[in-house]
Design a protein around this ligand. Structure first.
Ligand SMILES: Cc1ncc(COP(=O)(O)O)c(C=O)c1O
Length: 305
């Protein structure tokens, strides 16, 4: 147990990576993965994806990316920032590649496992390909499912020796996560789960609304993903246009700055997640505010020349 899933992932990178090791990160990726790997002396190896594969890596891409230096693959399903979620069949296909590469571990960041829509069922790769269990590390936490972001509890399970090394690392840095948050997390995990199901119904409604609105805007296309609480629309059709203030939009940073300043809507530029064509919007916010936000984005885009 650590102070959040982020801390857990950091402990993993520090315990596993030797100078020059490679870690495969499917992209668009969560912002902390590459930096944690670089901090540990490793080299991130990105496999970039787009809407054409539902923002998911293919077995062929994975095979090509693996080298003798590969230490582990990070799998984040459902994904931040794309919301994409691997099916059982897709995981089985990736598993077949990994079975042939015995030196490669899998770090499964399952933090959004319960936030999944359209009747999809969550699978971890070790469930689908049990032979991978001995080299899979599962990471989870309470910040997303139970909206306990500030309580800072994350946890992992995996090979005993690695868990021991992570515990040693942590005991010399932060000791333990606060006991109060530990108790609260036990309650969250063991207590009634109806709030999670109710939240999923609400998230699914918001996701559908936001995707439909975005796809109706000129120059915008948004993949309808089925997990987490993010959408990752492609705004590149708005690039090259000029704002009412006379500024040319060249990239996702300009686009996000324009929306922030002129429309008072905050989104995260896609460049932070490895692809400048996109931006990330979170729908962990009320439907009223989503509606207001969509109206403002639409107006701002219509005002571009
Ligand atoms: C994919 C992913 N992994 C891990 C985390 C970290 O979660 P925690 O709040 O438990 O540190 C986040 C939070 O944004 C995330 O999106």
């Amino acid at each position: 147990m650590a102070c959040g899933a982020k801390h857990t992932l950091y402990n993993i990178s520090q315990a596993l990576i030797q100078e020059g090791d490679e870690v495969i990160i499917p992209g668009p990726y969560w912002v902390s993965y590459p930096d944690q790997i670089v901090l540990a002396g490793g080299t991130p190896v990105f496999i970039m994806t787009d809407e054409s594969t539902g923002f998911k890596i293919t077995p062929e891409q994975l095979e090509k990316a693996i080298t003798p230096k590969t230490r582990y693959l990070i799998l984040n399903s459902p994904c931040n920032p794309t919301g994409s979620t691997y099916s059982k069949e897709e995981l089985a296909a990736l598993g077949q590649v990994l079975l042939k590469q015995e030196h490669v571990l899998v770090v499964a960041d399952d933090i959004y496992e319960r936030l999944i829509y359209d009747g999809l069922i969550f699978y971890n790769i070790a469930q689908v390909v049990p032979e991978l269990k001995s080299r899979t590390i599962v990471v989870n936490g309470v910040s997303k499912t139970y909206a306990m972001t500030g309580w800072r509890i994350g946890y992992a399970c995996g090979p005993k020796e690695l868990m021991g090394a992570m515990t040693k690392m942590q005991s010399q840095s932060t000791s333990n996560a606060t006991s109060i948050a530990q108790k609260a997390s036990v309650e969250a995990l063991n207590g009634p789960q109806d709030a999670v199901a109710a939240m999923c119904v609400e998230f699914e409604k918001r996701r559908t609304y936001i995707v439909d609105r975005l796809n109706a805007m000129p120059g915008v296309s948004c993949f309808k993903s089925n997990g987490a609480f993010y959408v990752f629309p492609n705004f590149s059709g708005c690039y090259g246009k000029t704002t009412p203030g006379g500024k040319k939009i060249e990239n996702s940073t300009d686009f996000a700055a324009y929306l922030l300043e002129d429309a008072k809507v905050a989104l995260v530029p896609g460049v932070a997640f490895g692809d400048d064509r996109y931006a990330r919007l979170s729908y962990a916010i009320s439907m009223d505010n989503i509606k207001k936000g969509m109206d403002r984005i639409e107006e701002a885009i219509n005002n571009l020349k």
